[in-house]
Design a binder for this molecule. Structure first.
Ligand SMILES: [Zn+2]
Length: 251
């Protein structure tokens, strides 16, 4: 009964999870984020709210369950701002490993990590946890950096006419689609924008909207375009997930 209503494993009883396993459901998605600033217009939880919302929509399309998200991650350059929290990469790695391990022990066979935070240390920690699970349990693990996939496949450009960036038009569009009340346009400040440069490293960094190029400009606030973007994004990610597990079904 609940399967029709929810894809959230935390809303199911153990007997419902057992029934799903008996019926062949083998796939799950773990959303992972961090707590850090995103301009002055998006919430600190953006890196978790976004991948969690994406995971819930993707799960409905690919017959997966969604695990409770991890709200804390490896914040670094923005760790100095009020409300930001950093946990060490080694902790995130072990934490994610433990979660995936238990899903494996229960009989789940296909793991997706929906990542919302692009820091190098976070991506490396997830990478290590995923590879260890593959080696020890022979469960294929797919890590998706959603904003990066959206940019690479032209979705961000097509729907938002932007490339996106940290705290930029892409993250704003997802929050606009799933929790519009959390987009505080009246607090938006263009002085927060800085263009990423590999030649400058600073702690804390002096802006909380980080663009990839100087052509990007300000953040787009458009609820209609945002919803279309979000819809295309989840469809594309669902396709990636399905295709991936089909291709590795030789395992
Ligand atoms: Zn973010």
């Amino acid at each position: 009964m609940s399967r029709e209503n929810t894809v959230r494993i935390d809303e199911l009883t153990w007997i419902e999870v057992k029934a799903l396993l008996d019926r062949g459901v083998r796939r799950f998605i773990l959303p992972v984020g961090t707590l850090e600033p995103h301009g002055t217009h998006l919430p600190l939880g953006t890196d978790t709210i976004a991948p969690y919302a994406i995971a819930l929509e993707v799960a409905r399309r690919v017959n997966a369950l969604v695990l409770p998200p991890i709200y804390y991650g490896v914040t670094k350059s923005l760790a100095g701002y009020p409300g930001a929290v950093r946990i060490e990469p080694s902790i995130l790695k072990e934490y994610v490993y433990s979660i995936l391990k238990y899903m494996a022990l229960h009989g789940f066979k296909e793991a997706v990590i929906m990542n919302g935070h692009g820091g190098r240390e976070q991506v490396e920690a997830l990478d290590k946890a995923a590879f260890r699970i593959w080696q020890e349990y022979h469960i294929p693990v797919l890590i998706i950096n959603w904003w990066s996939l959206a940019r690479e496949r032209g979705i961000t450009q097509k729907f938002l006419s932007k490339e996106g960036g940290h705290g930029g038009s892409d993250e704003t569009a997802v929050i606009y689609s799933v929790a519009p009340h959390l987009v505080k346009k009246h607090l938006y400040d263009e002085n927060q924008i800085l263009v990423y440069s590999s030649s400058i490293i600073a702690y804390p960094i002096e802006g909380t909207i980080i663009n990839y190029s100087d052509k990007e400009g300000g953040v787009l606030f458009d609820e209609t375009k945002s919803k279309k973007y979000f819809n295309m994004l989840v469809n594309e990610i669902a396709k990636v997930v399905d295709e991936y597990f089909q291709k590795v079904s030789f395992k």
